[in-house]
Design a protein. Structure first.
Length: 174
């Protein structure tokens, strides 16, 4: 099962097993009653309740502050399948795990492959590993493309291809 990092469990809140939840996902709605997550220690946790207003969560079977303390600082993961089922994407929105490993293509030339996505203040950036052929032409081994409409023309998850414009200029300037 491929897992996706979604949140970190913080300190306990109150005496009945509640914990602070620090969500690192664009989809807080996935923390609904009955949702299943896994800790970094592969322990399965099922949401009993989540209060979005005060960002607290209670998991099934965690009934005391002592039990909740055992979860403090644990990282929470969802499966890719659960993420796709529980998170609704808008137009031109994609899951990061679907974008990673896509080829970057400009004017029918493959520039590289998306290795990672960086979230920076003004925009998300695709971190691209340049193809060996272009590296041999003395271009940078990697470069970053802002995830903006002026650069991203089309994303085809099925064929793992992202068609871009202006990215080669960024690569050559890197």
């Amino acid at each position: 099962m491929k897992k996706v990092y979604v949140a970190k469990i913080g300190k306990t809140v109150g005496l009945k097993g509640f914990s602070k939840l620090y969500i690192d996902s664009d989809f807080p709605e996935q923390f609904k009653k009955g949702s299943r997550f896994f800790t970094d220690k592969n322990k399965e946790l099922i949401v009993e309740s989540y209060n979005q207003k005060n960002e607290t969560v209670k998991f099934e079977g965690v009934e005391s502050v002592e039990e909740a303390k055992k979860l403090t600082n644990r990282l929470l993961y969802s499966s890719q399948e659960d993420t796709k089922q529980n998170c609704q994407l808008g137009q031109k929105q994609y899951f990061w795990f679907d974008i990673i490993n896509c080829e970057i293509v400009e004017d029918n030339e493959i520039l590289g492959v998306v290795e990672d996505i960086q979230r920076l203040p003004l925009s998300d950036y695709l971190s691209v590993a340049t193809t060996n052929e272009l590296v041999q032409e003395d271009l940078a081994k990697s470069f970053m493309i802002p995830y903006l409409d002026q650069y991203i023309l089309d994303v085809d998850i099925a064929s793992k291809t992202i068609t871009v414009k202006g990215a080669k200029d960024i690569l050559e300037a890197s």
